[in-house]
Design a protein. Structure first.
Length: 466
């Protein structure tokens, strides 16, 4: 009976309170976990929406810059055909206007191109304030239409990256996703410029950051798709018109040769840009930098008109020659091949806004046709010129920016087919390997280890203002 009474005895108050406490603790933990999941879901949605808005705005910036630049560049070229001597004042007007805008409107801070984006991503620096959007937009436009031998690609990339950085500052909890939105913006910019969504995605991955998080990928993909749709339906225009039908396996060794030569030309371009930036950066007088740079640009364009602007018009001429190439075009093309890196480097060193994207495509087109014509003339190989032009474009770009997969899909998008996919892959990888073996930096990643002190002194030195 005693045992039965003990068994039927109610649990003590302490035990009851302990069970109730455990239940409440578990309930609170579940509620906290559910609350965390809700907050996380909301933030994911917010990042994706911000990426979509960034993609749309980036497409509008890139596409309008592309259309306006193309219109005014053609207008200036028409005027130059009527009076060639205008070239001796046009670049001077452009560089002077850029300097004045920078001094009075854009905080008197020089644009550093892709380096600004890399510092924002890799060093957590605040180098992409909102004014960088109009700064790069207008400086890139003025550089190209007034004859600067570069392209609007880098100006577009930095502007659209600044859009991504701006969107991350608008909502407090989006600040931790700044890198994701910056990459979303720049990927959307490249997508809009070339109508190449895969190339835009890969450019963000190869050059800037190799994050593998699902949210980062979702943000970049969302921005790329938004940009692609805006461009495709409202601004689409085929840059080049040509037909690629086939390629022969026996031509592959010569495409490897083209890749090697492309790697060498990429290093030549990179070295020229770095040398000219260092040289012009050492000039403490802005009069000397602007006047000297514009005079050099004008002289080169006067004798080699294809050096004017971003050079897409020159690439179209290359495709025209590709239909019936002859040995007579070799010397003029060699002159273009040697002078284009110099003209681009002087443009950037003298204060122009741009990069090596368009010059690399330009150099690659000329290099590809030269290699094809020489091999066909002296060895009777029967190679297809248009194939070598396209492969050369991808190969030089790959060696210049050290991003072979971006180059592959970008040129395939320009060709609007993937017939040459395998030879483009081979030549691009060979070019990148050769360029990296000779000089392990691109223009974007180079850091002057022994010149930082000298550059700081130059930056702090007083300058006379034009």
């Amino acid at each position: 009976m005693k045992k039965t009474a003990k068994l039927n005895k109610k649990p003590s108050a302490g035990v009851s309170f302990e069970c109730r406490g455990r239940f409440l603790l578990n309930q609170n933990t579940t509620m906290d976990f559910n609350s965390y999941k809700v907050k996380k879901s909301r933030r994911v949605v917010a990042v994706v929406v911000a990426a979509a808005v960034t993609g749309i705005l980036s497409a509008l910036v890139a596409d309008t810059l592309k259309v306006i630049t193309e219109h005014y560049e053609e207008a200036f070229l028409e005027n130059l055909q009527r009076n060639r001597y205008l070239i001796f004042i046009i670049p001077l007007i452009g560089l002077t206007t850029i300097h004045l805008l920078r001094y009075f409107l854009f905080h008197n801070k020089a644009n550093k191109g892709i380096k600004e984006v890399l510092d924002t991503i890799n060093k957590n620096a605040h180098t992409l304030p909102a004014y960088k959007i109009p700064s790069h937009y207008f400086n890139g436009l003025l550089t190209v239409i007034f004859g600067g031998s570069t392209g609007i690609e880098v100006s577009t990339v930095v502007s659209t990256a600044a859009i991504g950085a701006l969107s991350s500052r608008k909502v407090s909890y989006l600040r931790k996703y700044r890198t994701d939105l910056v990459c979303a913006g720049l990927a959307a910019g490249v997508t809009a410029l070339f109508n190449a969504p895969v190339a835009g995605f890969l450019f963000a991955f190869e050059v800037f950051t190799r994050r593998k998080s699902k949210l980062h990928t979702a943000a970049v993909v969302t921005a790329v798709l938004s940009s692609y749709l805006i461009t495709r339906f409202f601004f689409y225009k085929q840059v080049f018109h040509f037909s690629v039908t086939n390629w022969r396996t026996e031509a592959l060794p010569y495409m490897v040769l083209l890749g090697v030569l492309a790697g060498l030309n990429s290093v030549y371009l990179t070295k020229c840009v770095l040398f000219c930036k260092k040289f012009f950066g050492s000039l403490q007088n802005d009069y000397a930098r602007i006047i000297g740079g514009s005079l050099l640009i004008s002289t080169m364009i006067f004798f080699v008109p294809n050096l004017y602007g971003e050079g897409y018009d020159g690439i179209k001429h290359v495709f025209q020659h590709a239909d019936a190439p002859s040995l007579a075009i070799i010397l003029p093309m060699l002159a273009v091949l040697l002078l284009k890196p110099v003209a681009t480097s002087v443009t950037l060193g003298a204060g122009g806004d741009g990069g090596v994207f368009a010059p690399s495509l330009f150099i690659g087109a000329f290099l590809g046709l030269i290699v094809c014509v020489v091999l066909n003339h002296f060895f009777g190989l029967g190679l297809i010129p248009v194939n070598f032009v396209l492969i050369g474009m991808a190969a030089v770009l790959s060696g210049s920016i050290h991003a072979p997969f971006t180059s592959i899909f970008l040129v395939c998008a320009l060709a609007d087919n993937y017939v040459l996919f395998i030879p483009i892959v081979v030549a691009s990888l060979v070019s990148k390997w050769v360029a990296a073996a000779i000089f392990p930096y691109s223009v974007y990643t180079y850091q002057a280890k022994h010149a930082s002190g000298a550059l700081a002194q130059v930056a702090s030195a007083p300058r006379s203002r034009p």
